[in-house]
Design a protein around this ligand. Sequence first.
Ligand code: FAD
Length: 316
Amino acid sequence: MAEIEKVKCLIIGSGPAGYTAAIYAGRANLAPVLYEGLQPGGQLTTTTDVENFPGYPEGISGPQLMEDLRAQAERFGADVRFGLATASDLSKAPYRITIDGEKEIETESLIIATGATAKYLGLEDEKKYAGMGVSACATCDGFFYRKKVVAVVGGGDTACEESIYLAGLASKVYLIVRKPFLRASKIMQERVLKHEKIEVLFEHNAVGLYGDNGVEGVNLVKRMGEADEERYDQAIDGFFLAIGHNPNSEIFKPYVDTDEVGYIITEGNTPRTKVAGVFAAGDVADSHYRQAVTAAGSGCKAAMEAERYLSEKGLL
Ligand SMILES: Cc1cc2nc3c(=O)[nH]c(=O)nc-3n(C[C@H](O)[C@H](O)[C@H](O)COP(=O)(O)OP(=O)(O)OC[C@H]3O[C@@H](n4cnc5c(N)ncnc54)[C@H](O)[C@@H]3O)c2cc1C
């Protein structure tokens, strides 16, 4: 049997949360080992301009920001590796993580920074127009649609919140809702339904997008009664998905608490999970803010907590 590698601080995930945790853990002499997963650099590598990360007055490209964060983590000794965590045993310390189904790592502390993946409708056109009019984050991309026309897909609280946020920037927001009602809370429903810039399209499905240089419109199907439907195109400039996220918490679920969607529940304002020495940072533990800077902030907290935990246990 292959030898088990022993480390003090293992970080799973290479988004802003993971790399920031690695910067802090490296500078605290925890000799962190970080596994990048299938998406080295995380979600921001799929976007062009990041204009809201502090410190970049002209904005920065997502891939460049993530390369810089990685270089900063490595400068302080983080051992950044390609590999996917495929199983965990957090039943007792030191904790056991399996990488790529074969390599075993035993770690005294663990920082889970595996992010959350936005759900899409599954249309080919969503891929075709990724970064060219299709977005799953109104806070991130709404600014690019000032005085333009956008559509939001979804019927829950998030879709309503994103519609209201976008209505503050865009000239018109179509909220595309599959059902004949909104699932959002009463108060959100009221705010959306009486908003002069938001038009709710009940019983509509988006089935395609069109445009020569990015999204110029959406193909819609309106359900009319049991058997009938009407197909039409609506001109839009931006198409926003707000149908939820999948937190990447599956392999940790038997040990840490999660909410009904799968977000890891941490103690109050801290990244502590219910397992001592196991911390969760970034989008995997944040159903609400889901921003690069908030992920980075919680990665910092997680590394500080790991340092304190290891120090109290006399493991440093
Ligand atoms: C298109 C797009 C544009 C965005 N624009 C902005 C913006 O302009 N400003 C902003 O603030 N936010 C933006 N966001 C949101 C931002 O990207 C996220 O909030 C942020 O990346 C979350 O960071 P994170 O570290 O929690 O996780 P992520 O960035 O999601 O990274 C998760 C990491 O975990 C790894 N991972 C997952 N599972 C495993 C596993 N089992 N083993 C090993 N590794 C694993 C992945 O490979 C990845 O490296 C955008 C998001 C998208 C999708």
